[in-house]
Each structure stands twice: as C-alpha cells, then as structure tokens.
Design a binder for this molecule. Structure first.
Ligand code: AMP
Length: 191
C-alpha cells in the first residue's frame, strides 16, 4: 500500500503517518524529518535549508524532488510507504505522479486531514512550548499555514480528480482519527 497524507501543519499528519506506517509495516517518509535530520547533522543540505525552515518557507521544488526520488528508491519502501509532507506544490505533485508511474507504484489512497486554521494554530503553539521547534515561532506558523492554503491545498483537487482522495475530519482525538483512517484502509484493494 502506498499512502499520501495531506493536511496543514498541526492537523496531526505526522502523528497519523507514523501510526499508519507502524500498523501496516510501511516506510514513513517524512520530508520534514529528513530536512530536520540534515540540519541536525550539519550536512551541506542541512546548512542550505536551515534558514528556509526557520522562516517557515518552502524548500525549492528541484531539491525536494531529488530528495524524494532517492528516498523512494531505498529498500525499506518496497512493502509500501506513507508520504508525509511531500508533495507540497503542483510541480512536486506532477513529479511524483511521473516518478510513481515509472516505477509502477501508484498511490493507493490520499488522505486529507481537515482541521480549521485556529485549531492548527493552537496545536502548533502548544508544540512550540513543549518541543521548542525553531520553526514554531508565531510568524513561521502563520507563514506555513498561509503557504499551505496557497500552494498545497490545490493538490486536494488534483487527487480528487485522480479518484483516490478520502477526507478525514482531523479535529478529533488521535485515536478517533486513526480509527477512521483504518476503516478507509480496510476498503483499499490490495495489489
Ligand atoms: P514538516 O515537518 O512537514 O512540517 O516540514 C517542515 C519544513 O520543512 C517546512 O516548513 C518546509 O520548510 C520544509 N519542507 C518539508 N517538506 C517540504 C516540501 N515537500 N517542499 C518544500 N519544503 C518542505
């Protein structure tokens, strides 16, 4: 099974992606985690993207597309993957469509975790207090939510047209959201 999660930061996307990956034995592919890892390790990529992450802006498409192409070629994605944080723009989605068609690994389902902006903002502010993520400043939070609406939300229509979009009400508890995701996954034909 190959799964894609869409949703604004603070929608619970990362948490749900991890749970799905654990439960179904899939690789969790989080571009945010990959980039934060690169920053923490101080690699060249990390040095390049650090200021972008801190401002809450988007890393250039070409860089992200290469990163994902490499990641999806790794052995652990063979049973399937849960994509979390990619694609975030139309060029990224188009590149992903082409990439997955080439390797004959289509997306089984695309979940859109829907939460109102005020709920997402509140959750991100709470996370800022708990974890002190450097991109959880009020300005960066606002920027990321704006960018989600401008750049990423149009992808919902793209996947709705492709016919595999499932909307999930993400404002509930983690367990309730996961139960709904599981119900939807039970309907996905295995191939
Ligand atoms: P996330 O953990 O998914 O919220 O991502 C954290 C940050 O990494 C984002 O605010 C962006 O700066 C960057 N990032 C992650 N994924 C992408 C992507 N697909 N395209 C551009 N930037 C990204």
């Amino acid at each position: 099974m190959n799964i894609l999660l869409l949703g604004v930061q603070g929608s619970g996307k990362g948490t749900q992606a991890k749970r799905i990956a654990d439960e179904y034995g899939l690789a969790h592919v989080s571009t945010g985690d990959m980039l934060r890892g690169a920053v923490a390790e101080g690699t060249e990529l990390g040095r390049r993207v650090q200021p972008i992450l801190e401002r809450g802006e988007l890393v250039p498409d070409e860089l992200m597309i290469e990163l994902i192409r490499e990641r999806l070629g790794a052995e652990d994605t063979a049973p399937g993957f849960v994509l979390d944080g990619f694609p975030r723009t139309t060029p990224q989605a188009q590149a992903l469509d082409t990439m997955l068609a080439e390797i004959d690994r289509p997306l089984s389902v695309v979940f859109e975790l829907q939460v109102p902006d005020d709920v997402a903002t509140e959750r991100l502010q709470r996370r800022a207090e708990l974890e002190g993520r450097t991109d959880d400043t009020p300005e960066a939070i606002r920027k990321r939510i704006d960018l989600y609406h401008q750049q990423t939300e149009p992808l919902v229509a793209h996947y709705r047209l492709a016919g595999n979009l499932v909307g999930i009400h993400g404002g509930r508890s983690e367990n309730e959201v996961f139960a709904e995701i599981q119900q939807a996954l039970d309907q996905v034909p295995s191939r």
